[in-house]
Ligand binder design. Structure first.
Ligand code: ADP
Length: 192
């Protein structure tokens, strides 16, 4: 394994499930391990790359296709890309999967009741009061991954435990190694 192998770690789940939190916990640890890392966060991307897109199925699919396109390009150049996006439709996620070599789907799977209790951004209160249309998990569908590479149950795991599971999975698949265990190419004697 070498740290120039790119991959796309795709965090999908309801608003408030913990995608951004896990992305922000995993990204610095990947950097410590020598990876070049980029985080593409759905909320942030909607203010630039995907500005103007709404929350209809069509716009959500366009949003995911654009993020997937950029993620795939970066991964091809050896970047460890961490995407945090609700990405509610299975078909849109599977299209990205088909276009990326190392696609690691992570279902950040907290029940909607937990997400609504957390209500990190105050959006569930509004959605439940009928003030937001097309709110995933309340008034819009969320299609759970059928065979995600990793499933995290953030309602009963600490952030640390969830992040560790991701890193352990990447290690087990040879996509990452703990800091200090990377193959040091300079230490390999030149062949004669
Ligand atoms: P999302 O990006 O999915 O909308 P956020 O990361 O913004 O969600 O919010 C998730 C909330 O859940 C945070 O307040 C976070 O501290 C909390 N939380 C509790 N346990 C976990 C866990 N295991 N993983 C991630 N977040 C967790």
């Amino acid at each position: 394994m070498n740290v120039d192998n790119g991959f796309v770690l795709w965090l999908t789940g309801l608003s408030g499930a913990g995608k951004s939190t896990i992305a922000n916990a995993v990204a610095p640890r990947l950097a410590e391990r020598g990876h070049r890392v980029e985080v593409l966060d759905g909320d942030e991307v909607r203010t630039n790359l995907c500005q103007g897109l709404g929350f209809s199925r069509e716009d959500r699919d366009t949003n995911i296709a654009r993020i997937g396109y950029v993620a795939g390009k970066l991964a091809k150049h050896g970047v460890a890309v961490v995407v945090a996006a609700i990405s509610p439709y299975r078909e849109a996620r599977d299209k990205v999967r088909a276009s990326v070599d190392d696609f690691v789907e992570v279902h950040v799977a907290a029940p909607v009741t937990t997400c609504a209790e957390r209500d990190v951004k105050g959006l569930y209160a509004k959605a439940l009061a009928g003030e937001i249309k097309n709110f995933t998990g309340v008034s819009d569908p969320y299609e759970e991954p059928l065979e995600p590479e990793i499933a995290l149950h953030t309602e009963r795991e600490s952030v640390e435990q969830s992040a560790e599971q991701v890193l352990a999975w990447l290690e087990a698949r040879g996509l990452s190694l703990p800091a200090g265990e990377q193959l040091d190419l300079d230490a390999v004697p030149a062949s004669r």
